[in-house]
Design a protein around this ligand. Structure first.
Ligand code: 0X9
Ligand code: ZN
Ligand code: ZN
Length: 305
């Protein structure tokens, strides 16, 4: 059984999802984002205690090696379904949750089987022996602008030959478009660095019109995490100012093209000591921080209106 004391592979996560769907019928619903290049089903779970609550969409593990993201997403699903904490019950009861614990299924399987440090998708290119695209540079929003991605198929941030060249990103954009009226908050799980990043990624010169609100939400998120016993520090701000220029990302696309006002990338533990290979002994602490941060983030979003 799942205990979040080690990292699980794709088969284990899917078996766990099936079990969760069976033990919580009515409240949970299986959904498909689409198919990966290698033919795997990209799965999601919807958690809902009634119809037409405001929706929150969580996309996780678009980067294959960031295993803490799917570990945290599965833990979060479990909490929404089983926690008795009033704040968590409130999150579960007040929102429709759409959670995709492993988005880059091919890459994730490959990082378990062959190359722990794999990041990209697994589709080959006709013009290169290098494989895959950075899914988080392949969305059709400011694609390839400002050197926020690479045109070299061998680069870790290869944007793809064209936007939506990857079946995974194309499927996600179609799926998100089909439910665009059902969600208002979009969160993308990544590691590592301990940042909460808001739009924009593609430029340091411009900011969303509600940037001050996004900064206040970031203050709430970081403050709640800092207050836990671990005292972990998260830095927040726009992606381009806090981290680096990144164009064609999922969050920026959702923000710009689907007109959402609240979209964040969370970069989980740690700062750099273990990096992508975060020890399993830190999974549960990271999850605790995620929950405290999410409760504060949603609370602050609501008070801002
Ligand atoms: O570079 C990325 O895609 C993310 N960092 S990572 O180290 N996990 O690869 C940051 C994504 C920032 N988000 C936006 N551009 N909106
Ligand atoms: Zn990432
Ligand atoms: Zn601040």
């Amino acid at each position: 059984t799942f205990g979040w004391k080690r990292y699980y592979n794709l088969d284990e996560i899917e078996a766990w999802l099936d079990e969760i769907l069976q033990t919580h019928p009515g409240i949970t619903e299986d959904f498909s984002v689409g198919q990966s290049y290698e033919g795997r089903r990209i799965r999601g779970i919807k958690i809902s205690h009634g119809s037409n609550k405001p929706g929150i969409f969580i996309e996780s593990n678009i980067h294959a090696r960031e295993w803490i993201t799917s570990a945290s997403a599965t833990w979060f699903i479990n909490e929404l379904l089983t926690s008795q904490q009033p704040e968590v019950r409130n999150l579960a009861n007040s929102y429709d949750w759409y959670i995709v614990p492993v988005f880059n299924v091919d890459g994730f399987a490959y990082s378990h089987q062959s190359d722990r440090m794999w990041r990209k998708t697994r589709q080959p290119h006709p013009t290169s022996s290098c494989i895959g695209v950075d899914g988080n540079r392949n969305f059709d929003s400011q694609w390839m602008v400002n050197n926020g991605a690479s045109d070299d198929p061998c680069s870790e941030t290869f944007a793809g030959p064209v936007p939506w060249s990857e079946p995974e990103t194309k499927a996600l954009s179609d799926y998100l478009t089909s439910i665009r009226d059902k969600f208002s908050v979009y969160i993308s799980f990544h590691s590592y660095g301990q940042w909460l990043l808001s739009p924009y990624g593609h430029t340091k010169e411009e900011f969303p019109e509600n940037y001050n609100d996004l900064l206040e939400i970031g203050d709430a998120f970081s403050g709640a995490i800092k207050n836990l016993v671990y005292g972990t520090e998260y830095v927040h701000g726009s992606t381009a100012t806090v981290l680096y220029v990144a164009s064609g990302s999922s969050v920026d696309w959702v923000f710009n093209e689907l007109d959402k006002k609240v979209g964040f990338t969370i970069e989980f533990r740690d700062k750099a000591r273990f990096g992508f290979v975060l020890p399993p002994s830190q999974i549960l602490a990271n999850c605790e921080e995620l929950m405290a941060g999410m409760i504060a983030l949603i609370d602050r979003t609501n008070t801002l209106g």
